[in-house]
Design a protein around this ligand. Structure first.
Ligand SMILES: [Zn+2]
Ligand SMILES: [Zn+2]
Length: 283
């Protein structure tokens, strides 16, 4: 069991096992070495039997994914086997019994990318809705249920709903508060997500801002005492450690510093990863 600071760990990474990311797992390993990482977690969008989610890894590729990631682990660079799981209550047992159980994944992380749009009668992206106000409470309920399930290491881009629900109003504050409170009660970190920082800004009433990984959400999380972790959510190998600022730190780290947030550290052992809360600041 070894403890690593967040800056030498990235636990949210996508390879060409899904069709919207580039680079093989080996490419990521090479870039992680160059970037000085000590722990690299691969978290393909979790495959689901029948492949109902078209942009996720195909279910048929699951055994090859497991073998590929396992073959890259080394003492110099720990490579962990994970998945980013789109949470639906109906999938909870599958994630637990097959991914963690049968395939022995080191860890899983949760997100809500999709929702059922009753006007369009289809599953749609929560980040691309024209009017997400009707679906905000469903997003919060499913995100909290994912956090409460006990099968996820941390919550990914919890404020993704802000890409489709633009104002920072009472609804947005209450939705954020509910998710953060749930994370605090379940002692599970929420992630500042590099992808959200790198995407084009959205025209919020308060002014242009990142679609997610937003200051308002994480300032609230800081004030409520939530554990915070940092991930690049890289979809190409060169971003494995995030986009570097002129000061040479990652974009997510720069945001945490600006907001006065100290991220967790990670304990990595033979049975996966565990978040270690930061030391309380000296008074
Ligand atoms: Zn995601
Ligand atoms: Zn991701």
């Amino acid at each position: 069991m070894s403890v690593y600071p967040q800056k030498s760990v990235n636990l949210h990474t996508h390879s060409d096992f899904c069709d919207h990311a580039t680079g093989s797992v080996a490419d990521y390993v090479a870039h992680a070495h160059q970037a000085g990482l000590k722990v690299l977690g691969m978290t393909e969008h979790a495959p689901v039997p029948g492949n109902p989610i078209s942009c996720n890894m195909m279910y048929e590729d699951l055994p090859r994914y497991v073998r590929t990631v396992r073959s890259q682990d080394s003492p110099d660079l720990r490579v962990l086997l994970g998945c980013e799981c789109d949470f639906e209550p109906v999938l909870e047992n599958y994630y637990r019994d097959e991914l963690l159980g049968k395939y022995g994944f080191d860890y899983l992380i949760c997100s809500i990318h999709l929702y059922f749009d009753f006007e369009q009668r289809a599953m749609c992206f929560a980040s691309k809705s024209r009017d997400f106000s009707r679906y905000l409470s469903d997003y919060v309920a499913r995100y909290c249920r994912a956090l409460e399930s006990g099968i996820f290491l941390f919550g990914c881009h919890p404020d993704l709903f802000r890409a489709s629900y633009l104002p920072w109003d009472e609804n947005a504050r209450l939705a954020s508060r509910d998710i953060i409170q749930c994370a605090v009660e379940n002692n599970i970190p929420l992630e500042i997500n590099g992808c959200g920082l790198r995407k084009p800004q959205v025209p919020a009433p308060e002014g242009p801002r990142c679609p997610y990984s937003t200051d308002e959400f994480y300032a609230l999380a800081r004030d409520m005492g939530a554990l915070i972790c940092l991930s690049s959510d890289a979809h190409q190998p060169s971003l494995v450690a995030g986009l570097l600022t002129p000061d040479g730190i990652s974009d997510t780290r720069a945001m945490a510093d600006r907001l006065g947030i100290t991220p967790v550290s990670w304990s990595i052992g033979s049975t996966g990863a565990q978040a270690i809360p930061p030391e309380p600041a000296a008074v």
